[in-house]
Write a protein that binds this ligand. Structure first.
Ligand SMILES: Nc1nc2c(c(=O)[nH]1)N[C@H]1C(S)=C(S)[C@@H](COP(=O)(O)OP(=O)(O)OC[C@H]3O[C@@H](n4cnc5c(=O)[nH]c(N)nc54)[C@H](O)[C@@H]3O)O[C@H]1N2
Ligand SMILES: Nc1nc2c(c(=O)[nH]1)N[C@H]1C(S)=C(S)[C@@H](COP(=O)(O)OP(=O)(O)OC[C@H]3O[C@@H](n4cnc5c(=O)[nH]c(N)nc54)[C@H](O)[C@@H]3O)O[C@H]1N2
Ligand code: SF4
Ligand SMILES: [Mo]
Length: 862
């Protein structure tokens, strides 16, 4: 039997999980991850005699925002369940949790929680024996000692090397960032992470529709589309919540689906989509081939495929007649496509050699996309998480411009993944702010994720507008991110940390990879142990709130408490940074929550707050009239705006602009969508890596398909013949939750290989393979499939790096054990452009992840 890429869960695992906890009984066998509807039970009815169901946070960066509830009995969580607050209908689905959310208590109460502050045995001021990072023993210390160490090291390093030597990793740990901003500042880092080239390019070319919109229409309008193209997006795996269900409604309403993807994934299967297998990172070439075919076959009278009216009214740069002022008319896109001056037409034959899609199929795509009245061209971020990805974003958007599938009902071109998957548009319900102030970092040095290792090893990095800069990193504080796990080439990064950096500290609740390679770990509470939180951003229709579930476990403290204590020891004015209590902050987010009224325009308060509420909370606030009472919201855990066909909540991206571009100009230099965009080139020069052309002209990507050949013309494969991409995987949200044994058992995190490739290499299903790239090695059991394009390897994202010290090989299949740091364009993160070799492993047997010991550390007593 052909093993499908998608059926990662074995029946044995399923039965074990379901019997292990009644709460997870609805874990789907189906691949769409959607459980059968549950009976409607009002929240009050499900509280049994001794326990109460409370909304419990699922706070990870996954793109879903589902309702999770915990049954708390005498302060102990006995069970979990998901949304049963209202009946489930296609228009108003329940916000049901996935397997990760339903396993949340296994993380919160895991045996591997960090219980006490600990320090590395052989660490001493200055670093001690740095080579022992990641393999040293841990020693339990008191909170006072731990905080004193962090403060004294901060002071010492600041005095000796200056503030620029202190690197606060990530941008989520605002409390730490604010404290250090008040202590002279810190070096920071940045990247295009999720978005890849979708981060900056859209703004310059005019398809910037706000972070939470991405240029797509809302879910009810999606049902008007006749053809939906999912170009590198698999919501069933990586945008859980309800998006796949929204696509199913579009299908029921008559839409056909095409998936352009290296894999025939769970969403393709559910929607019975036509599959166009494409080489990773080559979508740019494919889009150019399609656009050429449109030009080739378009006949305005008898076979209209191109929307000339749209191009002429809404865009600049398509042809020489519509170039922006100051640009050379010869540099227009149409002449580039036709090869007028280069004599290299970007025709389907040219594209086919790169993207691996047959010329006939490319022409067929052009006919379908151009010849169907209402088309949704939807892409995930994955195809843009490539080196030199800017041109792909530009080309994809240009295809939308050429076919005019924008700004009208059933017609859209944009990004459809993460929390807007299947449902574009401005948010209908929002939480308020916490009321905490933010403090700018006085230090401007900020390292691109593709240069972290260079900064560590060579002390150099490039900064926009400033060229090459020097930096001497001597302290790292990991603030709520997984830098040593989720950035490229961690093998090299960890080697660097064994040579330099005098002090590394991680506030954390588990020994994730960044913590493992630190000198001091500080136990933090999880969201279940805090005051409560509004989970923003999420699906536009809903606002999810979570309350305190249990008291802090062991000696865990909140990040805010820790940051404040460090601040006090540094002599920083912490009352200025944290002027209000954590309870008041939570209350403020509730007080400020708002919802769009039925008119589709007016924002009104969401919650009714009474004098009694204020007195019961003991906080400052004001009474107000809202849609539901504060207590009802906190009991239900969710507010969902009801949608009906024809209501005022619909959203058509770019509608006003497309109707009247002169009156509603885009925020670009020309006021239009820019197919010729000089700003792309200008800004890329400021970064100083490589130039982004003003039109979406094709450039081969470093570590891309072309480089998998030693002889491109003769088609001879090179040392690293396979292309790797990293599907976001159901076992975890990035690296978060990867430690949970239930999830390890359910989803083994194999490497997916095409069956014909494996047969050629003598690899059988389940056998261990060694995956080697120019930067590292990793081991994985092979999962053979015919649902993956030959020559492509799918290595799931986020598995916890597990270095075998003797061989230098990672045992966990960590994607970033083999990725490389290559800085291009606007600093784009290029994780889906990696090359590797695959061989049958001849060494000792690999222990399945679920059987590998958990990272449990108590720290020896002194
Ligand atoms: N090779 C490869 N790399 C990738 C990607 C890829 O596809 N391939 N994807 C990229 C993408 S899209 C993204 S968004 C990034 C994500 O990169 P990260 O944001 O670094 O990934 P997470 O695993 O979500 O890291 C969150 C960390 O914060 C910790 N944490 C959670 N809550 C708290 C808290 O309240 N306090 C503290 N102190 N810690 C907390 C978790 O334990 C976890 O270690 O990864 C990127 N990296
Ligand atoms: N379960 C789970 N869900 C998640 C996350 C997670 O870690 N786990 N992470 C969340 C985050 S922060 C993000 S940013 C999103 C990411 O969501 P996306 O950006 O949509 O990324 P992926 O899910 O990695 O990939 C989506 C599809 O793109 C395809 N693909 C990969 N490379 C290419 C390519 O070069 N060309 C084409 N045409 N297709 C390609 C893959 O086969 C896959 O089917 O997922 C979110 N959702
Ligand atoms: S999709 Fe995300 S928010 Fe929803 S239950 Fe799963 S992990 Fe939690
Ligand atoms: Mo992401």
């Amino acid at each position: 039997m052909i093993n499908n890429l998608l059926s990662g869960i074995s029946r044995r695992a399923f039965i074990q999980i379901s019997s292990a906890a009644a709460a997870i009984a609805a874990l789907p066998m189906s691949r769409g991850l959607r459980a059968e509807p549950t009976a409607v039970q009002p929240a009050t009815a499900v509280a049994d005699k001794t326990g109460v169901w409370k909304p419990a946070a699922c706070w990870h960066n996954c793109g879903g925002r589902c309702l999770n509830k915990a049954l708390v009995v005498d302060g102990v969580v006995e069970r979990q369940k998901t949304d049963d607050t209202h009946s489930d209908t296609p228009d108003n689905p329940q916000q049901r949790g996935c397997l990760r959310g339903r396993s949340q208590r296994k993380q919160v109460f895991g045996a591997d929680r960090i219980r006490y502050p600990m320090k590395r045995k052989n660490w001493a001021p200055g670093g001690g024996d740095k080579s022992l990072r990641g393999r040293d023993q841990w020693v339990r210390i008191s909170w006072d000692e731990a905080l004193d160490i962090v403060a004294s090291e901060t002071k010492r390093i600041k005095e000796k090397y200056g503030n620029e030597s202190i690197w606060l990793t990530g941008s989520n740990g605002t409390h730490y960032l604010n404290v250090y901003a008040n202590y002279g500042g810190y070096t920071s880092d940045w990247g295009t992470t999720s978005w890849g080239a979708w981060k900056d390019t859209p703004e310059y070319i005019g398809v910037h529709d706000g972070w939470v919109r991405f240029g797509t229409n809302d879910r009810l309008d999606l049902r008007k589309s006749q053809l939906i193209v999912l170009w590198g997006a698999n919501p069933a795996w990586s945008s859980p919540g309800s998006p796949t269900y929204h696509y199913l409604q579009a299908k029921k309403a008559g839409a056909r689906f095409i998936c352009i993807d290296p894999s025939y994934h769970a969403t393709c299967e559910l929607l019975d989509a036509d599959w166009v297998p494409v080489n990773p990172g080559t979508d740019h070439a494919l889009a150019l081939g399609i656009m050429y075919a449109l030009l080739e076959e378009d006949d305005p009278q008898n076979n209209p495929l191109i929307d000339w009216d749209f191009l002429n009214r809404c865009c600049v740069g398509f042809d020489r007649e519509h170039m922006p002022t100051g640009a050379n008319p010869d540099d227009n896109f149409k002449d580039y496509l036709l090869g007028t001056f280069t004599h290299e037409p970007k025709n389907p034959e040219w594209a086919s050699e790169i993207c691996g899609v047959a010329p006939d199929t490319i022409r067929g795509l052009a006919r379908q996309i151009g010849g169907t009245r209402r088309v949704a061209l939807l892409t995930g971020w994955a195809p843009a998480r490539i080196h030199n990805g800017e041109g792909w974003v530009h080309a994809f958007s240009t295809l939308g411009f050429m076919t005019g599938h924008m700004g009208r009902s059933g017609r859209m071109t944009g990004v459809c993944c993460h929390y807007t998957a299947g449902n574009g548009g401005t948010r209908l319900v929002n939480g308020g702010g916490t009321g905490l102030p933010n403090f700018p970092n006085p230090i401007s040095s900020t390292i691109n994720h593709n240069e972290i290792n260079r900064a560590l090893t060579e002390g150099k990095f490039r900064q926009r507008g400033k060229g090459e800069k020097q930096v001497d990193i001597q302290m790292m504080l990991h603030t709520f991110n997984a830098t040593m796990q989720t950035r490229a080439n961690i093998t090299q990064g960890i080697a660097a940390l064994r040579e330099k950096v005098e002090f590394i500290v991680s506030p954390t609740y588990v020994l994730h990879t960044s913590a493992k390679y630190s000198d001091v770990v500080l136990p933090v509470t999880t969201e279940w142990e805090r005051e409560g939180t509004i989970l923003n951003p999420s699906n536009r229709d809903v606002l999810i709130v979570a309350v305190n579930i249990v008291k802090p476990l062991y000696e865990a403290k909140s990040d805010q408490w820790i940051a404040k204590e460090i601040g006090k020891r540094l002599g920083v004015d912490v009352d200025k940074i944290f002027p209000i209590s954590e309870k008041q902050q939570f209350f403020n987010t509730l007080q400020g929550a708002n919802v769009i009224d039925e008119d589709g325009k007016t924002k009104v308060p969401l919650l009714t707050i009474t004098e009694q509420d204020l007195a019961a909370w003991g906080v400052k606030g004001k009474t107000q009239q809202g849609k539901i009472s504060l207590n009802e919201f906190l009991t239900r855990g969710t507010y969902q705006v009801e949608r009906t066909e024809g209501d005022n909540y619909g959203y058509i991206a770019y509608k006003d602009f497309v109707q009247d571009p002169e009156k509603n100009p885009r925020d670009t230099d020309s006021g239009k969508f820019e197919i010729y965009c000089e700003k792309l080139t200008r800004i890329s020069r400021e970064y100083g890596w490589n130039e982004v052309p003003p039109i979406p002209a094709y450039t081969a990507k470093p570590k891309g398909y072309e480089e998998s050949f030693s002889d491109w013309k003769g088609k001879v494969k090179g040392e690293y013949p396979f292309q790797v991409y990293n599907p976001h995987y159901l076992r975890r949200s990035h690296s978060t939750l990867d430690n949970v044994p239930w999830l390890r058992e359910a989803w083994p995190s194999p490497v997916y290989l095409n069956k014909s490739d494996a047969t050629r290499l003598g690899i059988r299903h389940g056998e261990t393979v060694l995956i080697t790239s120019a930067s590292g090695k990793t081991l994985r059991p092979a999962w053979l499939t015919e649902t993956l394009k030959p020559g492509v390897v799918a290595l799931p994202h986020g598995s916890w790096f597990e270095l075998d010290e003797a061989s230098g090989i990672d045992l966990a299949g960590a994607d970033n054990a083999i990725s490389e740091q290559v800085a291009t364009g606007f600093g784009t993160s290029g994780w889906n452009t990696v090359l590797c070799d695959v061989k049958k492993w001849q060494g000792p047997a690999l222990i399945p992840d679920v059987d590998r010991p958990q990272r449990i550390i108590f720290g020896e007593e002194r």
